[in-house]
Design a protein around this ligand. Structure first.
Ligand code: SF4
Length: 271
């Protein structure tokens, strides 16, 4: 009897998991039961540690209030072997998303790119024309600059993870509106919780606003490390801004050096 109850509970857990992912034809999909159990446990545990502002972002268009995020505990760690699958589950759940108006003008959803086990993660604002065409973040001119910044840190792009606040290109590359960010950032937050980098770098004011839950000029957020849900968050300029005003590159490099110190990285030698 006890075994029957356990089996029923297992099945219910599995059905709930699939339903959460929006899958109704789950019985046709072969899934490794062990992986499923681990992801289910991690997902349920992570839902008990909500990401800062996740609910209000979904349900409200009000301005973000000052952030309590630094006080929140870290989400449970997902086994490194399961992270790629966990990211894929998030992507599957997103599907051909029409949750906000940005889907109208997009060509491709730009989910994210890089290592699921990255120690360093960058978060930008949203896709531009090149990203929208290729379905990858930071592949245009700003992306080339970001690649150079990553190389200057002694890393390869494949070693970091890159995502944006919104995953569809805003018209004319405008700043995402409150409702758009509110609909899309829960996916970003789940990506962050899966990758759980040691250092998270917010590229520009939009990323900083949505991650920290506070609107502040960049100057007030740069130059220090924000304790953030078990990670260290550093705010710096968006590469697109650095292309417009290259004088700020020195400041951005100072921010990245701060990240390097936290990661124990040394710049590659020139010889
Ligand atoms: Fe969906 Fe995000 Fe695209 Fe809006 S921006 S349609 S929420 S994927």
């Amino acid at each position: 009897m006890a075994q029957q109850t356990a089996t029923r509970e297992d099945l219910l857990t599995r059905v709930r998991f699939y339903r959460d992912l929006g899958l109704t034809e789950f019985y046709r999909r072969p899934v490794d039961p062990e992986l499923l159990a681990r992801l289910t446990a991690a997902r349920e545990e992570s839902q008990s540690v909500p990401f800062p502002h996740a609910d209000s972002q979904l349900n409200s268009t009000a301005d973000l209030s000052p952030s309590p995020s630094s006080a929140l505990p870290a989400a449970p760690l997902i086994d490194s072997a399961d992270r790629a699958a966990a990211l894929q589950q998030i992507r599957d759940e997103m599907g051909e998303c029409t949750r906000c108006a940005l889907h109208n003008g997009r060509n491709k959803i730009v989910f994210g790119d890089g290592s699921p086990n990255a120690r360093l993660m960058f978060v930008g604002e949203g896709p531009g024309a090149d990203e929208d065409a290729q379905g990858l973040p930071f592949v245009g001119k700003a992306g080339q600059l970001l690649n150079n910044m990553i190389a200057a840190m002694g890393l390869r792009r494949e070693e970091v993870y890159i995502a944006n606040v919104v995953k569809c290109r805003p018209p004319e590359n405008r700043v995402p509106e409150q409702e758009e960010g509110a609909m899309c950032t829960p996916f970003l937050f789940r990506q962050i919780d899966v990758v759980r980098p040691q250092v998270l770098v917010a590229l520009g004011a939009t990323a900083a606003t949505w991650l920290l839950g506070q609107r502040q000029p960049l100057a007030g957020l740069r130059g220090r490390i924000h304790a953030f849900r078990g990670m260290q968050l550093i705010v710096t300029y968006h590469p697109a801004y650095l292309l417009r005003d290259p004088r700020q590159k020195k400041e951005a490099w100072a921010d990245l050096q701060m990240a390097m110190r936290e990661l124990g990285l040394k710049p590659p030698s020139k010889g």
